[in-house]
Design a protein around this ligand. Structure first.
Ligand SMILES: Nc1nc2c(ncn2[C@@H]2O[C@H](COP(=O)(O)OP(=O)(O)O)[C@@H](O)[C@H]2O)c(=O)[nH]1
Ligand SMILES: [Mg+2]
Ligand SMILES: [Zn+2]
Length: 379
């Protein structure tokens, strides 16, 4: 069996990334048998499970395991592959698990701060890699399944990832004030498209399907129970993933048990399901709020002092907007609190270098986004 890798998102840019790696082997850690010799092949991680990675590559789909040499270098680091990563594997038919030799540099990475107790240093945890569209899913069933503060936090992480964020307000069939929720979402996530869906009435699912493009990768993220897996099953037209509704009576093992899985729709679009997260510690550079609070960043241009903290200096355009009611007080407080969190994170020397790497990724992702936008307009 041979797989056309464009099915899984391979493109000319990955091709040239691979050529670059092959040409620069000592620096990149790609082992002596390089792709140039035709032994290692590129493949995409479509599921990950405790150090084992299901990889789709030209020769087929197989479970693979990092070589000792690679593992020595990347174990317990953010470089451990996750679903969505492109890797180089040795398609060894005799091996039970195909040896995984290298991870290609990511174009985008959805990262949060790994939950640890305070004695340990902050670490990055990558949740999904090489994501083009990030669907931030909320539930309109009341309670904490949709709050502006939660959206602002997730949007900050989303913009940092290098993917294009989209807000999905699911369970519209249970919403008390659908239009109000939509409006609040638009204000909390300026620059992001907002789509309202229901898997009960099917409302909005066509609109959601229409933004998913063949060969492009979308990841769904959000709290547990908001309907991520149900949405994927609905878009796929079959019950591929276990949902809360199916789990109780799922005795036949029909569903995948992997916590992170990539699904390919008939349209050719790729979807990654991520497990629900209780905490979302920011993992971002100091300027991360310029994207998720672009309204405040724009206001700040009008402040008298370039280093205005917007906490009461004279000539502060942010304070002015607050007093005029043009800026919501809750949003302003949220901005200050996320800013404090980022300051604290960025003040820790050991992680500054990693965050700088993240900023470079993000700058790159911005250029890619602009490129796609431009080519979308041409096409
Ligand atoms: N009323 C309603 N229930 C939904 C909707 N979407 C999903 N659900 C239900 O919400 C529960 C959680 O869904 P699930 O897909 O497992 O959520 P996940 O944890 O985000 O993957 C299940 O019982 C679903 O049947 C919806 O649009 N409306
Ligand atoms: Mg789920
Ligand atoms: Zn100011």
């Amino acid at each position: 069996m041979s797989i056309d890798m464009t099915m899984w998102g391979w493109d000319e840019r990955w091709e040239s990334t691979l050529r670059g790696l092959a040409a620069d082997r000592p620096a990149t850690g790609v082992s002596a048998v390089g792709p140039a010799e035709g032994r290692l092949v590129p493949g995409r991680v479509i599921a990950d499970n405790r150090g084992l990675f299901q990889v789709a590559s030209g020769p087929g789909v197989a479970w693979s395991r990092p070589t000792g040499r690679l593992w020595d270098r990347i174990a317990d680091t953010p470089e451990v592959p996750v679903t969505g990563d492109w890797v180089l594997v040795d398609p060894d038919e005799r091996a039970d698990k195909w040896p995984l030799h290298a991870v290609l540099p990511r174009r985008s990475a959805l990262s949060r701060q790994a939950p640890t107790d305070e004695r340990h240093a902050a670490r990055e945890q990558v949740l999904a890699a090489n994501v083009d569209l990030l669907l931030m899913v909320f539930g309109l069933d009341g309670g904490r399944n949709f709050t502006e503060r939660g959206l602002e936090r997730l949007a900050t992480i989303a913009w940092q990832s290098g993917a294009v964020p989209v807000v999905v307000l699911n369970k519209a069939d249970l919403a008390e004030d659908r239009e109000g929720a939509e409006l609040r979402a638009r204000e909390a996530a300026p620059g992001a498209e907002v789509i309202v869906t229901s898997t009960v009435t099917d409302g909005g699912l066509d609109a959601l399907a229409s933004i998913l493009q063949p060969g492009r990768t979308a990841a769904l993220t959000g709290r547990s129970g908001v309907g991520k897996s149900t949405i994927i099953n609905r878009l796929a037209g079959q019950d591929l993933l276990a949902t809360q509704a199916s789990r109780e009576d799922d005795l036949r093992g029909r569903h995948t048990t992997s916590s992170r899985q990539m699904i390919r729709l008939a349209s050719g679009a790729l979807l990654i399901d991520t497990p629900g997260l209780r905490t979302l510690g920011l993992w971002a550079g100091g300027d991360a709020l310029d994207d998720s609070f672009s309204d405040i960043a724009a206001l700040a241009e009008g402040c008298r002092f370039g280093d205005c903290s917007h906490r009461g200096e004279p000539g502060c355009a942010v304070q002015q907007a607050l007093s005029e009611g043009a800026l919501d007080a809750g949003r302003y407080e949220s901005y200050l609190s996320l800013q404090r969190e980022l300051r604290f994170l960025n003040s820790r020397q050991d992680i500054r270098a990693q965050l700088e790497q993240k900023a470079r990724n993000r700058a790159m992702a911005r250029r890619i986004r602009e490129h796609y936008r431009a080519s979308g307009k041409r096409g």
